[in-house]
Design a protein around this ligand. Structure first.
Ligand SMILES: *Cc1c(COP(=O)(O)O)cnc(C)c1O
Length: 403
């Protein structure tokens, strides 16, 4: 018998669960794209996006996924032959580096593996060694969605300042924005990017590039930028079509409007605190399961973990079995292990991820914990006991929240 029927929880992580308010906002006839409400809609969305990124800089909207935002940022700022420095902590920084290679940009990757955060001292050394100041930017993932490592943008800003290096600091916040605390301006980030389908709770298809005056100056000095990616008309439009380089993504905008209303009604600080607390509830359960069992949390230090996704190991084959069990029997779809394959386990079947981003509350998290417990029991995967109680304790007494 399957107990999966009912409301599903997609925890893969991203696309994330879509709120009913977002779905309902999208369910309407096609509007006129030349005049009327769509114009006011876009004009209202742009400042509210900046409030999410905590910037007074610019926000360019693109009709594409996160890979498009990667390319958009690169296309505005760099020319073939330009050098960028990419500290990597898992999979996604390598993806951004690969996009750079496709544009003829030369990335220098410093790889910190899959279990620890970026060592900012090491980055400072590399920047100091660049005496001719050829490195144009330091590009990193705030959260690496595969490993669930959360890097500290402030440490990289400090490294750039200590080395007195003019390179831009560019953050991939696709998995972290509207989940983990982030202050683009206050933390000295020059360019940040995100997508619609994770913390922003909207279907995949929109992405965003935020940039400040330093980035603007680099763009202005760039002799050639592809028309479609150029962020100038998108941020200084004379007609509404210029925001999008063509037809507006009408229904995504309807959904995004609803999502931004939800986020700002709750308040960004409370959104971050909710994610931090619900993440702690999940980790409390995981720590119990891990005791005397097969489960291992990929990032051992809680201070270095994402509040939006948790990557776990469960022994060869078991991650995959658990995912299949929870989806088929309980309506919970967990994420695959990404970029975690080993020699013994080339397909990464021993790993899985819990997405806990966006439209998420305590009963969803406690439900997910209960379902994973049931799966571990049903599959007879060895695990420690008392996980549900520990998760419930966090929800019962969340205490003061440190992000
Ligand atoms: C999801 C994600 C991406 C890729 O986004 P797509 O929309 O799949 O192109 C890039 N970086 C990070 C950190 C992500 O989480």
């Amino acid at each position: 018998m399957s107990l999966a029927h009912g409301r599903p929880y997609l925890a893969i992580p991203g696309p994330s669960v879509m709120p009913d308010a977002v779905l309902q906002a999208m369910h309407q006839p096609a509007p006129n794209i030349y005049e009327g409400d769509i114009v006011t809609l876009v004009e209202g969305i742009v400042p509210d996006l900046k409030r999410v990124a905590k910037t007074t800089g610019e926000a360019a909207i693109y009709i594409c996924n996160g890979h498009g935002a990667w390319e958009a940022a690169l296309s505005n700022l760099f020319q073939p032959g330009d050098r960028v420095l990419i500290p990597a902590t898992g999979r996604f920084a390598h993806g951004w580096a690969d996009m750079a290679v496709g544009l003829g940009i030369v990335p220098q990757i410093v790889d910190f593996g899959t279990k620890s955060t970026i060592d900012a001292d090491r980055i400072e050394e590399v920047l100091r060694a660049d005496t001719e100041r050829q490195i144009k930017a330091v590009m990193f993932s705030h959260v690496d969605t595969a490993t669930s490592i959360r890097n500290d943008p402030r440490a990289l800003r400090a490294a750039l300042d200590a080395a007195d290096h003019p390179a831009l600091l560019m953050a991939d916040c696709i998995a972290s924005m509207a989940c983990d605390e982030f202050h683009m301006d206050a933390w000295g980030v020059d360019v940040s990017i995100t997508g619609s389908q994770k913390g922003l709770m909207v279907p995949p298809g929109l992405s965003f590039v935020f940039f400040n005056d330093r980035a603007k100056a680099l763009r202005a000095a760039n002799p050639r930028v592809s028309r479609y990616w150029d962020w100038v008309p998108r941020t200084e439009p004379e007609a509404v079509y210029q925001y999008f380089g063509g037809t507006s993504p009408t229904h995504h905008l309807f959904g995004l409007r609803a999502a931004l209303d939800m986020l700002h009604e709750e308040g960004m600080e409370r959104v971050w605190a909710r994610h931090a607390t619900l993440a702690r509830a999940i980790w409390a359960a995981c720590e119990r399961w891990a005791e005397g069992g097969a489960m291992v949390m990929n990032v051992s230090d809680p201070a270095l973990r994402s509040h939006a996704v948790t990557a776990l190991g469960l022994g060869i084959g078991n991650g995959q079995k658990l995912r299949i069990w929870t989806a088929e029997n309980a309506g919970l779809t967990l994420g695959i292990g990404l970029g975690m394959s080993t020699e013994d386990d080339p397909d990464g079947t021993g790993f899985f991820r819990i997405g806990h981003m966006g439209h998420l509350n305590a009963h969803m998290v406690l439900g997910a914990v209960g379902v994973i417990e049931a799966g571990l029991q049903a599959l007879q995967i060895p695990h420690g006991h008392g996980a549900l109680e520990k998760a419930a304790e966090v929800v019962a007494q969340p205490g003061a929240v440190a992000f």
